[in-house]
Write a new protein. Structure first.
Length: 193
């Protein structure tokens, strides 16, 4: 089961103007995720907050399009993982769009749930890697400035070492979960962003 750092089910926002399809996607996801539903762009933005980890977003909706919703989400300072799930065949315009994955409808249960899990895992990997590199940098600085006796005699340094070991184990586990070259490459693209 997917959980966030506090052990809660992560929040997924499903945005689709077809109510039955939005409900179907929510049903597929609600065993593992805390699912919110919106049927148009304005409702999607009103349901958006820092808790939303993944957005499943239709591109073609009346009123505000999925592309416009995506831009508005980013303009408002949110940084969820975004999966475009749409009947619009991809074209070169998607190159500059800030989403993480693109599913062409019809979408199967396994395809949707697997993609949501995969993009969520990428975001967790990104956070873990950033913390790992931050702590590793602090350790390197301390190792150049302090003697071995000072380092090993300091409880804060020993805790830093324990945290680095735990993060390294988590990184190893996450890398093992990256099933394809695309997953692995996407995880490292996330780090550059």
């Amino acid at each position: 089961m997917s959980t966030d750092a506090a052990g809660n089910a992560p929040v997924v926002l499903v945005v689709d103007d077809e109510p039955q399809l939005a409900e179907l996607f929510a049903t597929w996801l609600d065993d593992e995720w805390d699912v919110r539903i919106a049927h148009d762009g304005e409702e999607a933005l009103s349901r958006m907050d820092e808790a939303v980890e993944v957005v499943v977003l239709d591109r073609r909706m009346p009123g505000m399009s999925g592309d416009e919703v995506l831009d508005a989400i980013h303009d408002q300072g949110y940084d969820p993982r975004v999966i475009m799930a749409t009947a619009v065949d991809p074209d070169f315009d998607i190159i500059e769009m800030g989403f993480d994955d693109y599913l062409v409808k019809p979408v199967s249960n396994d395809e949707l749930t697997g993609t949501v899990e995969r993009v969520y895992r990428r975001s967790q990997y990104d956070e873990i890697m950033r913390e790992y590199y931050s702590l590793a940098s602090k350790r390197a600085v301390l190792e150049t400035e302090k003697s071995c006796e000072e380092l090993h005699g300091n409880e804060e340094f020993r805790e830093l070492e324990r945290r680095l070991t735990a993060l390294r184990d988590s990184v190893d586990e996450t890398v093992g979960d990256l099933r394809t070259h695309e997953d692995f490459a996407a995880a490292f693209r996330d780090l550059e962003g």
